[in-house]
Design a binder for this molecule. Sequence first.
Ligand code: F6P
Length: 343
Amino acid sequence: MRIGILTGGGDCPGLNAVIRAVVLRAVRDHGWQVTGFRDGWRGVLENHHVDLVPSRVRGILARGGTILGSSRVNPDHLTSSIDTIRGVLDENGIDALIPVGGEGTLQAAHWLSSHDIPVVGVPKTIDNDIDCTDVTFGFDTAVEIATDAIDRLHTTAESHQRVMIVEVMGRHTGWIALHSGLAAGAHQVLTPETPFDIAEVCAGLQRRFEAGDNHAVLVAAEGAVPAPGTMEFDQGHVDQFGHRRFAGIARQLQLEISRRLGADRDVTTTVLGHLQRGGTPTAYDRVLASRLGGRAVEAVRDGKYGMMSALRGTEIELVPLADAVARLKTVPGDTCAELRALL
Ligand code: F6P
């Protein structure tokens, strides 16, 4: 048996832990072979790969990024790419493929599975927006990094009586914004799920100032949007991979809040960006990523294709890829309200 593995989409702390777990379980425990495709689906489409043996994955558990590289390339959903992929898998004697990725990568995995290519997906994203799994690895690390940054910004906000806006990742969902915002004691959190009313945001800030607090920390997910017609808003553009590139919510908020609060009020921005995805994964993410990778190998052993390994409660289970990609896991309204009530 030979397994192929690839890591697609944005990098994420814990990807190397998945690769390591897959190689150790497949090679050491089952005596199989593992081929690592380079740079996500691009490596499969272009037949670019390396052999993965246990010595190659030694010491990578704590390393951020992915030793295989990644890209946002996805198969183009045309018969020609199925034929190319089938050809590359056949040529390399690949019996099953384990794509590790977020929304785009798993959708491609599901599409290939519906064309009888044996795949088992592993979910990853710092955004925590993959459905059918309680948490994705990378989220815990990202929340730790964002929390630490917001903690640090509090002291400057307080010392300089500023409104500090912190932009965190989260294209479609506010998981990182709400968790880091609550953990670090932010005063307001804006999420993509609930379009904000800038008048209410400013009224909330004014209430704080009137109550004697002279500073405020506001966390905004990068995908947060104003309610239609409430302020001028540039929603950015879509790149060649169909990926939205935002125009910068923090900067837009800064201009509008400054305009409304007046020149005396200092409003500054901090965009955490890719810092949230870099560096060493937390212990939680290393363990979760390893378990998900190990379970994917077991799924291959049992011939359970078209599935994704997932955390359900405390157990790692298999869920149909079709269900996992059917919708994104946004923050439910009551969870959002519960977390906001604690700010
Ligand atoms: O992995 C998801 C994510 O972190 C989003 O929150 C963000 O919009 C995106 O990746 C940015 O990715 P990149 O700039 O690397 O393409």
